[in-house]
Write a protein that binds this ligand. Structure first.
Ligand code: NAD
Length: 292
């Protein structure tokens, strides 16, 4: 790995906190090495208070691109020169390019693309489907917008009545104003409505942080009647690889259960393409990092 770094090596960064657990540096560096690309990818602990100097640093050092994660996905927008249409609608950026190192920073969001590609990889299409989605944060918004743009017919969004609930309403309005998909938002406390939405859906996506530490013992579905043999259940969490929801769905005969690893891989692959104009060798990366 170190041998291939030279005075010409181009740097890609990842700015977020906490970030040391991230799989992205390994994923990108292994892909660069496999393709013989003279790039390196490093993670930096950056929060909102150090974000502005970090972005100045990207420009000053000619860092060729960056991934952006929590808590900087929304906060970085005012510091960029251009925002892609999907990132504008989602209201969050997870990938920034600095083409030719000239300091013109363009923000993109590849989370939604990654989620839809992960479903496609499992033979699941969102086109013309009715989908129930729990969540209204960064991941959920990206998935909702992308699914609507990719032709989903109906999107039943549920969230607890917390500080992102209003966000869900805004997302539904954007979807209803800009696409043919019909989106509704309901408080997750209305369990009868949640059950009824799942009954009308072919795909259930949980894009909340439930299932991940410290909520690893929780699942938003605990009623066996809500799982059917024609229901696909997708949980965006990838640590643990099998959340309580996925275990429950598998035990009660769901058509397919999908964890967040594929989303993680394909959001990275889309970012890799933006950084390098090359396709990430996804089969190789999948075997290397994800196969147990
Ligand atoms: P966020 O903080 O923006 O949103 C969190 C969401 O979880 C909100 O909708 C919130 O209302 C909901 N929530 C929190 N506690 C809850 C509870 N007790 N009951 C019901 N809902 C609850 O976070 P985010 O960035 O959207 O990330 C959400 C999840 O998605 C995380 O687990 C994250 O690891 C995962 N994620 C995965 C990928 C991937 O590539 N697979 C990418 C991004 C995020």
């Amino acid at each position: 790995m170190t041998e291939r770094l030279t005075g010409h090596t181009l740097l890609i960064s990842l700015i977020a906190t906490p970030i040391r657990h991230s799989m992205s540096p390994t994923m990108h560096n292994e892909a660069f090495a496999k393709l013989g690309l003279d790039y390196a990818y490093l993670a930096f602990e950056v929060d909102n208070s150090t974000l502005k100097p970090a972005v100045d640093g990207i420009r000053a050092l000619g860092i060729r691109g960056s991934n952006v994660s929590m808590p900087n996905k929304q906060a970085i927008i005012p510091y960029l020169d251009e925002i892609s249409p999907e990132a504008k609608l989602i209201g969050a950026v997870n990938t920034v390019t600095n083409k030719d190192g000239k300091g013109h920073l363009v923000g993109y969001n590849t989370d939604g693309i990654g989620a839809i590609k992960a479903l496609e990889d499992e033979g699941v299409t969102v086109k013309d489907q009715s989908i129930t989605l729990t969540g209204a944060g960064g991941a959920a918004t990206a998935i909702a917008i992308q699914a609507a743009f990719d032709g989903a017919k109906e999107l039943y969004i549920f969230n607890i009545n917390d500080d992102v609930f209003e966000n869900a309403k805004e997302t539904a309005k954007k979807i209803n104003d800009n696409t043919n998909c019909r989106a509704t938002v309901t408080d997750l406390a209305d369990q009868a409505a949640f059950k009824s939405a799942i009954q009308k859906s072919s795909i259930y996506i949980d894009a909340t942080s439930v299932g991940m530490k410290p909520l690893q013992e929780q699942s938003l579905i605990n009623d066996p009647e809500m799982i059917r043999s024609d229901l696909v259940v997708f949980d965006v969490v990838y640590a643990p690889r099998e959340t309580k929801l996925l275990r429950f769905a598998k035990e009660h005969g769901a058509k397919k259960v999908i964890n967040g690893l594929g989303m993680m891989l394909y959001q990275g692959a889309a970012a890799f393409q933006l950084f390098t104009d090359e396709e990430m060798p996804v089969t190789y990366i999948k075997e290397l990092l994800f196969d147990e």
